[in-house]
Design a binder for this molecule. Structure first.
Ligand code: HEM
Length: 463
């Protein structure tokens, strides 16, 4: 196991996949120092674990995220009753009517993004690095929908909250990639720790101020003007923070703060990576891009062809949805996630001892040829309805499953479809000379997947 871990963050996933292929379809295990790690090998075992209350808690590795900034938010919460109550309260922010009201914001920011990308491209070669600009756009979207705040990231404005959040994420990455700093006492000695604490305080203060202001707004029942009054295309919409404040008496301030930060972190890099990879794969598969475009032309053939998408339009984008799902199969933003085994439990004919960690490696399932024929091929038809019906539901794991599946899945799909469809309506994407084949795309792993040296495509305006 040691050579797998010591290959560095860029090789980690590939190494894990290589080793796990030797044990395809079966539960496997590895000891690292005194910790036992168990790796489920098929969808039946995965379902049994993710729906088992004895394995509700996240693996110990998540403590780093909890200590740094996520606190007791949904992602890292360890107390079942508290998690259950908070999940119910947070779910109110993901109701259909809320999500529908966010579509104009997604579209407005996607339009702005297409302008940014066009200006950013090299006008001689049409080459463009897309991942940074997409990251700025998804940050703006989550800022507006979760907090009701415009960070103006797409206009390159600096925002103290984001700078400090970025530093905290770097510190977590640093700890994950330098595993001796996973130990709390050793991390206390690192040069990162002091700056980490300062950033953490500034983030907490920002949320604190925002909550006070929002409370005042709610109390006065007035819609104040400016950055904290979200309005898009003439429609007013509430942000998550306002919804959570309406249930304020059921949550302490610290819980509210942790849920808000968790939502922002959970909802930004994940969709940014998927949007960038979807555009990259469309650039490398012109036939698939043409199919997506044809679908969009049909949808927008009624009414004004330049109109913003409605919820109904987004629901009709079946081809695009399959492209996004196939992208998530190839590039799951959370390629590894884990659970702690509270009580000895029998899974797949084996007894898993209490205290061990179960690690789910999505790639192990996503690249299993028994589940996905020609698994290395980028083929959105893997997600045709009949193909999905013939597979076990736990064969597709980008959003996890069971108790602690992703609460933002529907938000993410609406946002990603809004952005990718807006970009494809404006531009034709083709492979960049800087990254001529999909195999050249370099991704690394530090909790989530990230690009090593950006994501390049060529951009041409559609006539
Ligand atoms: C492509 C986009 C996304 C992917 C692939 C994704 C993936 C995941 C995964 C795999 C988990 C479970 C992790 C684990 O078991 O340890 C998770 C949980 C979570 N996600 Fe997402 N996510 C995405 C978008 C979002 C968005 C947009 C939001 C919020 C706006 C969000 C909020 C959360 C939260 C709060 C949890 C914790 C849920 C709980 O434990 O109750 N995610 N996500």
């Amino acid at each position: 196991m040691l050579p797998v871990l010591l290959g560095g963050p860029e090789k980690l996933l590939k190494n894990i996949l290589k080793v796990s292929r030797k044990y395809e379809n079966t539960l496997s295990k590895a000891w690292i120092l005194d910790q036992l790690y168990v790796f489920p090998g098929n969808p039946e075992e995965i379902e049994a674990i993710l729906t088992n209350p004895n394995m509700f808690n996240k693996a110990k590795l998540y403590n780093v995220a909890s200590e740094s900034i996520l606190g007791d938010g949904l992602f890292t919460n360890r107390v079942f009753d508290e998690w259950k109550n908070n999940r119910k309260l947070v779910s109110a922010g993901f109701k259909f009517s809320m999500l529908k009201s966010f579509i104009p914001i997604f579209y407005e920011e996607a339009k702005f993004l297409s302008q940014v990308l066009y200006e950013k491209r090299d006008s001689n070669t049409n080459e463009c690095e897309i991942s940074c600009a997409i990251g700025m756009a998804t940050m703006e979207m989550i800022g507006r929908t979760a907090l009701g705040v415009k960070f103006n990231t797409q206009k390159n404005a600096k925002h103290e909250f984001l700078e400090n959040l970025h530093f905290i994420q770097k510190a977590v990455e640093y700890r994950v990639t330098h595993p001796w700093f996973l130990n709390r006492s050793l991390f206390q000695l690192s040069t990162y720790k002091r700056k980490h604490d300062i950033s953490q305080n500034k983030i907490y203060n920002f949320i604190d101020d925002l909550v006070q202001r929002k409370k005042k707004e709610l109390r006065n029942r007035i819609n104040s003007q400016g950055e904290h009054n979200e309005e898009c295309m003439g429609l007013k919409c509430k942000s998550f923070i306002e919804i959570m404040l309406e249930n304020e008496h059921q949550m302490s301030f610290n819980q509210l703060r942790d849920e808000i930060i968790t939502t922002i972190i959970g909802g930004q890099d994940t969709t940014a990576l998927t949007i960038a990879c979807s555009i990259f794969m469309l650039a490398h598969h012109q036939d698939i891009q043409n199919k997506v475009l044809d679908e969009l032309l049909t949808i927008f053939s009624t009414g004004d062809p330049d109109r913003p998408p409605t919820y109904e339009d987004l629901q009709k984008m079946d081809n695009l949805e399959r492209v996004i799902k196939e992208t998530l199969r190839h590039f799951p933003p959370f390629p590894l996630f884990g659970r702690n085994v509270e009580k000895e439990t029998a899974i797949g004919g084996y007894l898993i001892p209490a205290g061990s960690s179960v690690i789910f490696c999505s790639g192990r399932i996503h690249f299993n040829a028994n589940l996905y024929p020609e698994p290395e091929k980028f083929n959105p038809d893997h997600f045709l309805p009949e193909a999905c019906r013939s597979r076990h539901p736990y064969s597709f794991l980008p959003f996890s499953g069971g108790y602690r599946n992703c609460i933002g899945m529907k938000y993410a799909m609406l946002q990603m479809k809004s952005v990718v469809s807006t970009l494809v309506r404006s531009y034709r994407f083709s492979p960049s000379d800087k990254c001529p084949k999909p195999e050249n795309l370099r991704l690394t792993y530090a909790g989530t997947q990230a690009f090593v040296d950006g994501c390049y495509v060529k951009i041409e305006e559609r006539m």
